[in-house]
Design a protein around this ligand. Structure first.
Ligand code: SAM
Length: 254
């Protein structure tokens, strides 16, 4: 399945999907439509790209590796694909030559999963939904339900803006080279109304970090230095531990 002869670049998280059935399952999950403008992050050798491109209105792919860019541009079936060379984190969706809001897809390098999620949060107006592949453990943290072991700071700060749906688990053996861990796809959509106004986000982020700094401790200890409105202090029992609080309850404190 590997089509180019260049070495795999670990620094760019290069693990290529090499299983037709799995790729077809991903395509069914994304459910591309004729009217879609698709933005792909890290197309690699184009395994997913070539399965989505024929079904959509337009598609742009951002890839950092110049050897892979050349490979993509040489593929006949991807002739009208717009390829942008560079680091996705330095791109603004609004500036790309593609209609927005886009639908984002990507089997991304796992070492930049969080920066890519925050990159999406910074550009909420320009995308509709996003299917992002990541380490299973990270996907479980993101989609965790309140009160569970995986529910934590990351769940809450991302959950203030995005809804997250765990699509399915992907085993290591469908990749070349094989990663050491399981992967999963998460579908992100935007909260209709963000739970926290932008100007309060920094405070919210800090408060959540403090609350989860010691998971076993009660809020009355971890949030001791915080000036929390009296009405909220009456409503929320501060002997609770952080993982029992909903995102809305955290938001009400700032
Ligand atoms: N989508 C392909 C697949 O599924 O076979 C490749 C996936 S591989 C996990 C990640 C891809 O992202 C690689 O092609 C890598 O070169 C590219 N990449 C790594 N860092 C990037 C960045 N900062 N911006 C854009 N692409 C990046």
């Amino acid at each position: 399945m590997k089509k180019t002869n260049h070495p795999f670049r670990k620094k760019w998280g290069q693990n290529f999907l090499a299983d037709g059935n799995l790729l077809d399952r991903i395509v069914r999950t994304i459910d591309p439509k004729k009217s879609d403008s698709i933005l792909e992050i890290g197309p690699g050798e184009g395994a997913l790209t070539e399965r989505i491109f024929p079904y959509v209105k337009e598609m742009t792919a951002i890839e950092i590796d110049p050897i892979l860019i050349e490979h993509l541009q040489n593929q006949k079936s991807l002739k009208r694909l717009k390829v942008v060379q560079g680091d996705v984190l330095l791109q603004e969706i609004e500036d790309l030559l593609i209609g927005n809001p886009v639908r984002v897809i990507g089997n991304i390098p796992y070492n930049i999963t969080s920066p890519i999620i925050f990159w999406l949060i910074e550009q909420l107006d320009f995308w509709e939904d996003a299917f992002i592949m990541m380490q299973r453990e990270v996907a479980e943290r993101l989609s965790a339900k309140v009160g569970t072991k995986s529910y934590g700071r990351f769940t809450v700060v991302v959950g203030a803006y995005l809804n997250m749906e765990y699509c399915f688990t992907i085993p290591p053996d469908v990749f070349i080279p094989k990663p050491k861990v399981d992967s999963a796809i998460i579908r992100f959509t935007k909260k209709e109304t963000p739970i926290i106004p932008d100007e309060k986000y920094v405070r919210f982020n800090k408060l959540v970090a403090d609350a989860f700094s010691q998971r076993r401790k009660m809020l009355r200890n971890t949030l001791k230095g915080w000036d929390i409105p009296a009405a909220i202090q009456e409503k929320i029992d501060f002997t609770r531990r952080p993982e029992t609080l909903t995102i809305e309850e955290f938001a009400s404190m700032v």
